[in-house]
Design a protein around this ligand. Structure first.
Ligand SMILES: [Zn+2]
Length: 305
């Protein structure tokens, strides 16, 4: 059985974001809406060993609010986290690695481009390389994720390139949107054949991606903004969703319109920015998204198949 826990579904900054007074952040701050941590998923096929998609800056809090990720009974130093798979090198995907520095063995899987970012930043040497292997994830090659003892976990991942952009802090320094900047991930439980797709960032759905997603039972997809120009309209920023490497949910060329053409059984938005009104339970945007079959998950929501 493939088990998935949404550790957090918010985009960078979370909900509420420390310096934001928008309607969604204010509601979360005053307990009239759900607070959410930054995007990360945990996956397991045995319920005992878990692999994370991204290590968010909220990872310590996410572990503390997720009993499946507690040290296992009777162990003095232990974690069920066997590995972390990184989809990109953004701060909200990698900063949580620094919270996993207390000498426990696990593996980090990432595209070589993201491993190069980690290698170039000596702060990540707090992850003892004798315990924390950094493993390159090549695109379009199915890899069985390994347990700390080296045995196969029974869970495989296939990374694939999606349209996106380089990390914000490398803009102007590194080349733009090169191979490996933004990955989608397909996971499969070897024993049951059950699978899911995870895309925490995606700037465009092309024919190849449509073909990959069509017929899927479960897809977690980038839900950063409702409208492409939402941050500008709300006076929260100067960038469009596209400029940040994300499709909009509701625009005519956006995510929901694209998925309406596909046969996907369960559709879950993750990486939802706090500017997005879909976060509010009673908003017309939430009702519209749910009416089109989308789930807006709270922290801790579980899926299995
Ligand atoms: Zn806000």
């Amino acid at each position: 059985m493939l088990n998935i826990i949404v550790l957090g579904a918010a985009a960078g900054g979370g909900v509420p974001q420390w310096n934001c007074g928008c309607a969604q952040c204010a509601a979360a701050r005053h307990n009239s809406a759900e607070a959410r941590t930054q995007a990360s998923l945990a996956l397991s096929v045995d319920g005992r060993n878990w692999f994370l998609v991204n290590a968010s800056p909220d990872l310590r809090q996410q572990i503390n609010q997720t009993p499946a990720l507690y040290p296992r009974d009777g162990a003095l130093r232990d974690s069920p986290i066997a590995g972390v798979i990184l989809t990109n090198g953004e701060v909200d995907a990698i900063a949580g690695l620094l919270s996993l520095r207390e000498k426990t063995q696990f593996s980090v899987y990432a595209h070589q481009r993201v491993l190069d970012i980690l290698d170039a930043n000596p702060i990540f040497e707090v992850l003892d390389r004798n315990l924390v292997a950094r493993l390159p994830l090549a695109v379009e090659i199915e890899t069985e994720l390994a347990l700390p003892d080296g045995s196969g976990s029974g869970l495989t991942v296939t990374a694939f390139r999606v349209a996106g952009k380089s990390p914000l802090y490398l803009e102007g320094i590194a080349p733009k949107d090169v191979d490996g900047d933004t990955l989608g991930l397909s996971f499969t439980d070897r024993a049951s054949g059950e699978s899911c797709h995870v895309l925490t960032a995606c700037a465009r759905i092309d024919a190849a991606l449509e073909a990959r997603l069509n017929g899927a039972k479960l897809v977690f997809f980038d839900g950063t903004v409702w409208h492409d120009d939402e941050l500008i309209r709300l006076g929260l920023g100067t960038k469009t969703g596209q400029r940040m490497g994300h499709m909009a949910m509701a625009d005519s060329t956006g995510t929901m319109a694209a998925f309406d053409r596909l046969d996907v059984k369960r559709k879950v938005f993750v990486h939802i920015n706090n500017s997005n009104p879909v976060l509010l339970d009673t908003s017309p945007e939430r009702q519209a998204a749910e009416a089109r079959g989308w789930v807006i998950p709270p922290d801790g929501m579980e899926f299995s198949q």
